[in-house]
Design a protein around this ligand. Structure first.
Ligand code: DGY
Length: 352
């Protein structure tokens, strides 16, 4: 017995850190999963390596402080947090977790709810789950384009009221064929949207962002300024992350630059759009329609003024909500935690 203890001690002293950690030593590390609806596929990976504490509650959405307070109970002593919610990662939460916290894995592409400067200052790694959800979100962008261009909200309401419009010249929508589609943010989701739309005989794809993207050439997408994109596009698709720079980038001024027949699609974050300005633009028919998968707040109260508009098509943030995509996100987040806590590079780092 004494001999094996001595051998283990010697082995641990001389083995490289990574190998020593993989000798089941990570089992002592506590990984906290913030919500009980995190898929089993991710849990299995985590359980192989760590002690997993899963919150017994579902935390999803942005309802705020009360539920955040509840999460404070589970985080003390955690080495990693798997964050399957948009509740903010606050200083208070990081304090409650304690100084041993090494990493946060948010099960989302967007990380605007994670206090990045604070994580950075504390040397805590951050990983997100980009790419695996690009096709699912792009499908929703295409769905919103069709739903708004062909006036699904209004038409469905008419059908429900028994008021079918059968006139040859009434209830007409807009064509995607021959249109100009402007993508604000040609990242993974923007690119996947262009790929999916390329079968629709779109006339021209424009995109804008900080810099030209090498992938744009193969997609036949032309780089331009935001102003020019807004002025030329029949469809404007928002697929940028929410940052201080992009918050309310669609406002009364930018809406004023759009064409009367333009349709705004938002699959990024609700706060990219000043919703009061959008309401006015839609009500006054300054633009043709808007399709939103994301709003502020979420959920949007059922008596919200936006929901009174026939030219708004809204979905409850279901961009990544498919069985396969949610599983892929869970697995990617879990593998990021395994890497992060065993000294390997994160697969999809925000803060390496
Ligand atoms: C994301 O991953 O950022 C999607 O919006 C789903 O939360």
């Amino acid at each position: 017995m004494l001999r094996s203890v001595i051998i283990a001690a010697v082995v641990n002293v001389f083995l490289p850190v990574n190998d020593a950690l993989s000798l089941n030593m990570t089992k002592n590390l506590k990984v906290v999963v913030s919500s009980n609806n995190y898929p089993e596929s991710g849990l299995q990976i985590l359980r192989e390596h760590f002690t997993v504490i899963k919150s017994p509650n579902t935390h999803f959405g942005e309802e705020g402080a009360v539920n955040n307070m509840e999460l404070l109970k589970y985080v003390p002593g955690a080495s990693a947090l798997v964050w399957i919610t948009h509740y903010p990662i606050t200083k208070e939460l990081l304090d409650a977790a304690g100084p041993q916290l090494k990493m946060v894995a948010t099960v989302s592409a967007g990380y605007n709810h994670c206090n990045v400067p604070e994580l950075k200052a504390r040397g805590i790694k951050l990983a997100n789950t980009p790419n695996v959800l690009s096709s699912a979100v792009a499908e929703i962008a295409v769905g919103l384009i069709i739903g708004t261009a062909r006036r699904f909200t209004e038409n469905l309401e008419n059908v429900r009221r028994g008021e079918w419009i059968l006139d040859f010249d009434k209830g007409l929508g807009q064509d995607i064929r021959g249109s100009t589609v402007g993508i604000i943010g040609l990242g993974g989701i923007g690119q996947a949207t262009v790929k999916r739309l390329s079968g629709f005989e779109v006339g021209k794809f424009l995109y804008t962002g900080h810099r030209e993207k090498p992938e744009a050439k193969a997609l036949n997408a032309e780089f331009t300024s935001l102003d020019n994109l807004l002025k030329q596009s029949d469809f404007v698709v928002l697929s940028v992350p929410l940052t201080d720079e992009t918050r309310h980038m669609i406002n009364s001024t930018t809406l004023g630059k759009m064409k009367k027949n333009a349709i705004l699609i938002n699959v990024g974050r609700g706060d990219l759009v000043d919703q009061d300005a959008l309401y006015e633009a839609l009500k006054n028919n300054d633009i043709y329609a808007a399709g939103l998968d994301v709003t502020t707040p979420e959920p949007l109260p059922k008596d919200h003024k936006l929901l009174s508009l026939p030219n708004l098509f809204v979905l409850p943030h279901i961009g990544s909500a498919t069985v396969r995509t949610r599983n892929d996100m869970a697995v990617l987040a879990a593998n990021n935690v395994v890497n992060g806590l065993t000294g390997k590079p994160l697969i999809t780092p925000v803060l390496p």
